[in-house]
Design a protein around this ligand. Structure first.
Ligand SMILES: [Zn+2]
Length: 425
């Protein structure tokens, strides 16, 4: 699903109406979680039916005001929290079986399982509509929310041209989002995006670093975005200012909103960097291999934490995988074990600490530490790709190939590491 976003321009009372819808969405979600806690073993469909019960309950007149499909959408969110919890509780699958880039959907998560929790009404909030409860103007410049909250007609600013899509068919979700710097609308458009590009004939391995954003297998480095550090200093200052204001005062609220806006700025800078870089990497390579890092574990290491979470590597990876799908390229996430220890030329394992910046092995291979890792990642990536799907060779009779034994790749060379594809003696 592609998301198009625009800012909503309206009157204060319209924003208040949206606040009401957002609060109600949250209410439906939390009520569904409560219902699930009290009635173990219920299904997704029971939650959908429960929406109707909520709406018919005279104690909650607001639940009725929210569009019925929006109520369903929020019940689905509650169910998403429940099923994520169930997935996390499942037995852990073997490494590499999960191809999803989303760490949340990885089955059998160690440690905390994420028992569904109630959500508070915070500054950031959303209300989600499906195909009803809203209406686009003919020129697609205005949106009207038509459910019981009567938020009315908003001007949309900064949206891409929605004219290409059919609002009845293509727009599957509409969300009103409240952020620190205003209200936004998001359109979820169902569309498979494909683009044809010429193959480049290149493959690349990426090693994420602390000093550099990544080092690739050709030895090139991409620096970390520094604008984030700059914005962060400003954020720190704003936070200090806010904490000095008296609690509950108008000034405190104003200062808090400045902090919120600065956070948004940082998020946007990070995303901008991730998107641009990912698109560029995908367009200039046919295969991209990188480590399948559990960012959560890295962030636990407090000394390294900031750099890794700062650089937005995870977000970069999500965009890499997205663009790869769009442009028909291959991405491989390889297990991160030993990528920096092994020699990328001879395979010899050379133990080294984090501070050793150069890889030197006893056979005289000298390489930059990160470049060596990036090469290993590429090698692992190519191996993984070669082993997916069915193999044309079937049971390969190595004996009949004996006259070719001296050629590389057929086992003639005793230093060859992978000789026997199917373990035939
Ligand atoms: Zn070596």
């Amino acid at each position: 699903m592609l998301i198009y976003e625009a800012k909503l321009i309206g009157k204060p009372n319209q924003y208040n109406a949206l606040d009401g819808a957002i609060r109600t969405g949250l209410f439906v979600r939390n009520s569904c979680i409560r219902y699930w806690m009290d009635n173990k073993g219920i299904s997704k469909y029971d939650l959908n039916t429960y929406c109707k019960v909520l709406a018919d309950n005279p104690e909650f007149p607001w639940a009725r005001q929210l569009n019925s499909m929006a109520r369903q959408a929020h019940a689905e969110r509650a169910w998403a929290a429940v099923s994520r919890f169930f997935d996390n509780c499942k037995k852990r699958t073997a490494y590499g079986e999960s191809h999803s880039p989303c760490r949340r959907s990885k089955k059998g998560r160690p440690g905390k399982k994420g028992y569904p929790r109630f959500k508070k009404n915070q500054r950031r909030g959303t209300v989600e509509y499906k195909t009803s409860g809203w209406k686009l103007s003919d020129d697609r410049k205005y949106i009207t929310f038509t459910d019981g909250f009567k938020a009315g007609r908003f001007k949309m600013v900064g949206s891409r041209d929605l004219g290409y899509y059919n609002p009845k068919k293509d727009i599957k979700r509409v969300r009103a989002v409240r952020r620190a710097d205003g209200y936004y609308v998001q359109f979820g458009v169902k569309c498979d995006r494909f683009a044809d590009v010429e193959p480049t004939g290149r493959a690349i391995g990426l090693d994420v670093g602390l000093k550099e954003f990544y080092t690739d297998s050709n030895g090139e480095t991409t620096p970390n975005p520094h604008n984030y550090r700059k914005s962060e200093r400003r954020l720190k200052r704003l936070q200090r200012q806010a904490s000095r204001k008296q609690k509950g005062s108008h000034n405190r609220r104003k200062a808090g909103s400045k902090v919120g806006r600065q956070h948004l700025k940082i998020q946007r800078q990070r995303k901008d960097h991730a998107v641009k870089l990912a698109r560029c990497v995908v367009l200039s390579n046919d295969l991209i291999a990188y480590e399948d890092l559990a960012i959560r574990n890295l962030v636990k290491n407090r000394k390294l934490a900031k750099s890794i979470s700062d650089t937005g590597w995870y977000q970069f990876r999500v965009w890499l995988e997205y663009f790869a799908q769009v442009f028909g390229k291959v991405t491989v996430a390889v297990p991160p074990a030993y990528t920096s220890q092994d020699c990328s030329e001879c395979g010899k394992r050379v133990k080294k600490s984090l501070s050793t910046r150069t890889h030197v092995c006893e056979f005289g291979c000298v390489l930059d530490r990160d470049e060596n890792a990036a090469r290993n990642i590429l090698i692992k990536g190519l191996r993984t790709v070669g082993h997916t799907g069915s193999k044309a060779w079937g049971d390969l009779d190595l004996c009949s190939l004996s006259e070719m034994m001296s050629q590389p790749g057929l086992g003639g060379n005793p230093h060859e590491r992978l000789v026997n594809p199917k373990g035939i003696e």
